[in-house]
Ligand binder design. Structure first.
Ligand code: SAM
Length: 238
């Protein structure tokens, strides 16, 4: 997907990029590739691929959820900024908090947010299992979002504690999306969630399957969750 195609595919979904936003994506691409020579940020570096598999893919989350009504969003395990930085570029009003357990990645994101002149992007270096118990972050966000971090049963435990009652967890999944949704029924019930829906799509050129799974937070998450770092993945709630 070339830069030009990127703009027209987004237009089909009702997103019209301004010149400033196009420029921000160009700067993002350049910084990603430059920093990737010094640290492992992504295996995808070819420009057309980055535009489709990182930038466009990140933005598919906004096709199924109304981001105009979102104020605070937390991105759990954002790595090189996906999906939250592309979403923030397109929805500048958002207050974004990015959590990642690898400090070199949060350092990259700090520089990136500066270069892109993004306001209201806070970076937290730490494990979701610990940060979710901090009263400043627990049940505080309209949306928690994550891509390529853990299977749905585990991801629910890492993300749902950050979501306020009435807010939404958006899980960005590949071809195993529906199977993972089935498996995460117990985690969803235990942690105060309720499935809303799942949105399926294919990447426009590359055609691989994607699912955006949406879970609403209907009850407070019991205080014992998330369990200590590593336990959600070692003993998933299945
Ligand atoms: N979301 C990005 C993407 O789609 O390109 C990055 C995906 S990468 C495979 C997973 C990221 O999640 C890594 O940067 C890792 O450090 C982070 N991560 C994994 N488990 C985590 C946890 N429990 N708390 C915070 N960050 C975590």
């Amino acid at each position: 997907m070339s830069k030009h195609q990127f703009g027209s595919w987004l237009q089909k979904e009702g997103i019209q990029l301004t010149e400033k936003q196009e420029k921000q994506f160009e700067v993002y691409y350049r910084m990603l590739v430059d920093w990737n020579q010094k640290m492992n940020l992504t295996g995808i570096t070819e420009e057309d691929e980055v535009y489709e598999k990182h930038f466009y893919d990140s933005l598919t989350a906004v096709f199924s959820h109304n981001f105009h009504n979102v104020n605070g969003m937390v991105d759990i395990g954002a790595g090189a900024g996906f999906p939250s930085i592309p979403i923030k570029i397109c929805f500048p009003h958002l207050k974004v908090v990015i959590v990642d357990s690898l400090q070199k990645r949060t350092r990259f994101l700090e520089q990136l947010a500066g270069e892109l002149q993004l306001q209201n992007v806070d970076l937290l270096h730490g494990r979701a299992e610990e940060l979710a118990h901090n009263p400043a972050h627990r049940e505080k966000y309209d949306v928690a979002i994550a891509r390529a971090v853990a299977r749905m049963s585990v991801l629910t435990e890492l993300c749902l504690p950050f979501v306020r009652r009435g807010g939404t967890l958006l899980a960005m999944k590949g071809s195993t999306g529906l199977e993972e949704k089935e498996e995460a029924g117990k985690a969803c019930r235990t942690l105060g969630g309720k499935w809303l829906d799942s949105y399926s799509l294919q990447l426009p050129n590359e055609k691989s399957e994607r699912y955006i799974l949406r879970m609403e937070k209907i009850d407070s998450t019991p205080k014992t969750y998330p369990r200590k770092p590593g336990t959600p993945s070692k003993k998933p709630l299945v």
